[in-house]
Design a protein around this ligand. Structure first.
Ligand code: GRF
Length: 202
């Protein structure tokens, strides 16, 4: 395989996108970002892309007649860019079935908890409310479920006395910024294979 072609989907801040951009910039991750796509036209992630001369595509969800029309256009754009891997980086929508089957085992997501604990939204709050003593982040392949796909790697952080959702989120985010480029590097280096639920790293 040549240089790994990555498309990144964002809805907001884009700090994980930035970590991927930086990792490519430093030569650590041998990949190229073919486009950054957002369902929110004002997403900071789109500005980060533009700043680094990466094609930024805004697909304003509110301008579509519904989920099907939006997903069809998203799929059309992605097929045109033909990435090897699609990274969800703070992309706040459930990916539709057509996209998942068109890019089977080629969509990855980062989640701010140690899956399968605390899937879905507000994971850091869920972790605090549950009273766990460690949490962290998970990079995983995307399947039809919500945060259920095969796990590529995880990183842990302690949950400290007095943590708030904010302080815990910051501690987890630092690890996210290491985990996402690391997982992509494993993929770029051809070291990742899926066997059922398990991801084998060679
Ligand atoms: C991260 O915590 C990520 O795990 C979650 O959404 C957040 C996105 O942050 N899926 P950013 O947009 O990458 O800064």
């Amino acid at each position: 395989m040549g240089l790994l072609k990555i498309a990144v989907l964002v809805s907001g801040r884009g700090s994980n996108l930035q970590a991927i951009i930086d990792s490519i910039g430093s030569g650590e991750l041998q990949a190229g970002i073919v486009c950054v796509i957002s369902d929110k036209p004002g997403a900071e992630g789109l500005k980060r892309a533009q700043k680094h001369s990466i094609e930024a595509v805004a697909l304003d969800y509110s301008k579509f007649s519904g989920k099907d029309a939006y997903e069809a256009e998203l799929l059309r754009v992605l097929k045109e860019k033909s990435p090897d891997i699609i990274c969800l980086a703070g992309y706040m929508r459930i990916v539709g079935k057509d996209l998942i089957s068109a890019f089977r085992n080629r969509i990855v997501n980062i989640h701010p908890a140690l899956l399968p604990s605390f899937p879905g939204l507000d994971s850091q709050k869920q972790a605090l409310d549950h009273g766990v003593k460690v949490s962290g982040c998970t990079v995983h392949f995307v399947d039809e479920g919500c945060d259920t796909g095969p796990i590529i790697l995880q990183k842990c952080v302690p949950v400290l006395e007095g943590d708030t959702e904010e302080t815990l989120s910051i501690r987890i985010l630092e690890q996210e910024h290491r985990a996402y480029p690391e997982a992509l590097k494993l993929i770029a280096d051809g070291r990742v294979r899926i066997e059922g639920r398990r991801v084998i790293i060679s």
